[in-house]
Design a protein around this ligand. Structure first.
Ligand SMILES: *Cc1c(COP(=O)(O)O)cnc(C)c1O
Length: 393
């Protein structure tokens, strides 16, 4: 079976991990901060905070932006459930904005219309989570303009998009969003096994993210009382001293994982370059078939986490299910991204219904994700295309 996604682990990656295993610090040593510095530099962001996974990053990002009971978080239905669940962890409410039928990202037009209505009802969102689907950035300039007008904060769910660019800057630079988060799950672009990161240019947000990740506990060299009085000389505040200042979590990444992340980061550019090459090759090889290849907004340069096709329903005599099953039977590990979050049973119990976000639902009816990963060979890709050609003939 040719998988839809797969990690690429080199001997150097293995050495980096075993070096940590032989050291004194399996967690909270040097590898974590090194990974943070390297990733912040790579993206052109001021601060980066490693986290146990991207779901945890989304959760503490919401907490750091004070999302809580009575508040609303809006996101796209065409995403993994984690982009919406993070609001519910904080006791806040979720709502969705339909997708742009060209990019499959959150629709800026639908967002603008929904904000206009929400303002009249006094129910504006506190946080909006654009998801850079498949590795292609959402239209961040437009979303920023709406944020300035309506006063919401932006968490970019860039789980698919590390290494991608928007308006010639790296995704994660946080030029338009308050916080951007990455996932390092093995199907994503680089991996730490499980792992995630939150990036921000706001130092206070970065500090808060860092202590929310570790029980809400701070250790500072120089203690200042709430009223501003220095107190470092007192007997009580010795080097052992720490203070829990908020209710945080244990969402730390281990040094074993961070070392793998550092080592993978060294190959991020070649990984993305190969993904772009394969995506361009798919575009060319599939041009004659009754399918719609992924359209790219001119402001973006995707990291190509996923290559998603839409079957042109009117030109194909088979259903998506039949095409999907035939590809799997031919050893092609296709997948589908995503079942719209609002039609999940859990979300329907919250009051969402089929029909509420028709563009996401219609997209879901005929989408198929083809295999795409850095180590995929041209020959493997030819096998995928030949299988699809045969099925659709
Ligand atoms: C993978 C993914 C997540 C969650 O990532 P984890 O690191 O597995 O927690 C969140 N959002 C999107 C869009 C994802 O694809």
């Amino acid at each position: 079976m040719i998988p839809y996604g797969r990690q690429d682990i080199s001997p150097e990656d293995i050495d980096a991990v075993t070096e940590v295993l032989r050291s004194d610090w399996l967690t909270q040593g040097r590898a974590g901060p090194q990974f943070e510095t390297a990733m912040a530099a790579y993206c052109g962001a001021k601060n980066a905070v490693t986290v146990a996974n991207a779901t945890a990053a989304l959760h503490i990002a919401c907490l750091a932006l004070d999302l809580g009971p009575g508040d609303y978080l809006w996101t796209t239905p065409n995403t993994f459930v984690a982009s919406a669940n993070c609001a519910l962890y904080c006791g806040a409410n979720v709502d969705f904005v339909d997708i742009d039928p060209r990019t499959y990202n959150i629709s800026v037009t639908a967002l603008a219309e929904k904000l206009e209505r929400a303002e009249l009802q006094g129910r504006l969102p506190k946080v909006v989570v654009p998801v850079h689907f498949a590795g292609q950035s959402s239209e961040m300039k437009d979303i920023r303009a709406l944020a300035d007008r309506y006063g919401f904060r932006i968490i970019e769910d860039a789980s698919h998009a590390v290494g991608g660019e928007y308006c010639s800057r790296k995704i994660g630079a946080c030029e338009y969003g308050d916080i951007a988060i990455f996932s390092f799950h093995p199907v994503k672009i680089i991996t730490t096994g499980e792992g995630g990161m939150a990036l921000t240019n706001d130092l206070r947000l970065a500090e808060r993210l860092a202590y929310l990740r570790t029980h809400g506990i701070v250790r500072r060299a120089r203690w200042i009382d709430e009223d501003g009085t220095p107190r470092q000389n007192e007997e009580r505040y010795g080097p052992w001293y720490y203070e829990q200042i908020e209710l945080g979590l244990n969402y730390r990444m281990t040094d074993i994982q961070a070392a793998l992340g550092n080592s993978q980061l060294a190959r991020l550019d070649p990984f993305v370059a190969r993904r772009r090459e394969l995506a361009a090759r798919y575009d060319k090889l599939l041009a004659r078939l009754p399918v719609t290849c992924p359209w790219q907004h001119p402001d973006t340069n995707s990291a190509w986490h996923l290559y998603v096709l839409r079957l042109n329903r009117n030109d194909i005599k088979f259903s998506r299910r039949q095409v999907f099953d035939a590809l799997r039977a031919a050893g092609i590990g296709v997948n589908v991204h995503y079942i719209p979050v609002h039609i999940q049973p859990y979300y329907r119990r919250l009051g969402f219904e089929i029909g509420m976000f028709p563009d996401a639902e219609s997209y879901y009816e005929d989408a198929i994700t083809l295999p795409l990963f850095a180590r995929m060979t041209n020959q493997e890709q030819d096998t995928v295309v030949a299988a699809l050609e045969k099925i659709l003939a």
